[in-house]
Design a protein around this ligand. Structure first.
Ligand SMILES: [Zn+2]
Length: 405
């Protein structure tokens, strides 16, 4: 049935009624995902479980792409909309900090929340997009769209790399991307970018008993570190994102305690505002460090998919910002209005997402909406509210019908 045969109120009522009917099944799916360990590059069992659920909810085509993402398709209309939520989680630092074991899904009845590793980043998002598709399918709603639902891989270590592979290697290019990362049911239209830069000084080795015979690369690094830190005051700024920043996060040298070090390398974590590129970042840093006889480069991020594919690439993740009046945002606002009776807040993320590829590199309009709350991401209190999880699925069911680019 097409959307114009129903008025919006009736449509929202039907979506809500089905989301309630499917809520228990959705919660079970999330619990299963949490109980499956899926560190970056080891997502296969979680991918298999997602493929099984995509089949169960009635996707017309279900497959794993070459980078090992789980994909399901509904419809075959001209507008291709991709829902992306990642299956990999960060690693648990100290399981003893957790109220219950990280891989044991636990419901807190007082807060109606499910706890467990990845609940807020991003398995709650996966359960939201898969059940958005389930509602759409159950109501047999259709339109001139193709909906792709993706349980993505590799996001924690190399955000955007698995999505790049889907687009550039497998040739699946969506017209719009929605990211189900933490937004607490509000809309996000951009993110800061990040880039890793390695800065190296060279000296000359000599025995530490005769330091005058050599040149100490660590001592040469001292003014370089100061210069990198001093750059913070004048990095590019943006009205929404504020000023970028950079932090010297690691320092390395030869592992010989009794030699004058012949090299020293620091790692810089740089956070960028939209508009900055790898070239502008490198040029700025080179201007500061080359007069001090240091060299700067962006290293390759090593990336190995669970399918055995190497996707190594520059450790560069551009920021992005969608125009405030873009049809994606209008559709998101209309969906929230129809379902929840209110206009959602519209903001930006401080952290990086797969949008760094879709919007930052490939120029595909991208919007964020998810049930998870940022305060629980990467913490021992990792959780997602089950009512928000159900509501996010409603949003994802209605969205394709309202998106009119
Ligand atoms: Zn995430």
């Amino acid at each position: 049935m097409a959307i114009d045969t129903l008025n919006m109120h009736e449509l929202a009522r039907r979506v809500s009624s089905v989301s309630h009917a499917l809520a228990e099944q959705q919660t079970r799916f999330l619990a299963d995902l949490i109980s499956i360990r899926s560190y970056t590059g080891e997502e296969r069992p979680a991918v298999d479980r997602t493929l099984e659920e995509l089949r169960r909810i009635g996707c017309e085509e279900v497959w794993m792409d070459s980078a090992g993402n789980a994909l399901g398709r509904i419809g075959h209309g001209s507008r291709v909309i991709l829902y992306d939520a990642h299956l990999d989680t960060n690693q648990v630092a100290d399981a003893s900090e957790w109220p219950s074991p990280p891989l044991q899904p636990t419901i807190d009845p007082a807060r109606n929340a499910m706890h467990g590793l990845g609940a807020s980043d991003c398995k709650g998002g996966v359960a939201a997009i898969v059940y958005g598709a389930a509602i759409l399918k159950a109501l047999e709603l259709s339109g001139d769209f193709t909906l792709l639902v993706m349980g993505a891989t590799l996001e924690e270590d190399a955000e955007g790399f698995a999505l790049r592979s889907l687009v550039e290697r497998d040739g699946v290019r969506p017209d719009a991307v929605l990211l189900a990362e933490a937004t607490d049911l509000s809309l996000r239209r951009g993110q800061r970018g990040r880039c890793e830069v390695r800065v190296r000084t060279r000296g000359q080795a000599a025995h530490a008993s005769q330091p005058q015979m050599g040149e100490n690369a660590i001592l040469k690094m001292l003014p370089v570190v100061s210069a990198l830190e001093a750059m913070n005051a004048s990095l590019p700024a943006h009205p929404l994102f504020g000023r970028g920043n950079q932090v010297v996060t690691m320092i390395e040298g030869p592992h010989t305690p009794n030699s004058v070090p012949s090299w020293c390398e620091v790692t810089v974590d740089r956070r960028m505002v939209p508009g900055e590129t790898m070239q502008t970042v490198l040029e700025g840093i080179r201007r500061a460090v080359e007069p001090l006889d240091a060299a700067a480069a962006v290293p390759d991020q090593p990336v190995l998919t669970h399918t055995g594919l190497r996707l190594d690439g520059p450790s560069y993740y551009p920021g992005w910002l969608l125009e405030e009046d873009h049809p994606l945002i209008q559709a998101g606002q209309a969906a929230c209005g129809a379902l929840f009776g209110e206009r959602p807040a519209l903001g930006v993320w401080r952290f990086s997402t797969d949008g760094t590829y879709s919007a930052g590199a490939a120029g595909i309009p991208t919007l964020g909406f998810g049930p998870e709350e940022e305060q629980y991401v990467h913490t021992a209190q990792d959780q997602v509210n089950l009512e928000k999880l159900r509501k996010a699925a409603e949003f994802y069911a209605l969205f394709p019908l309202l998106y009119q680019p």
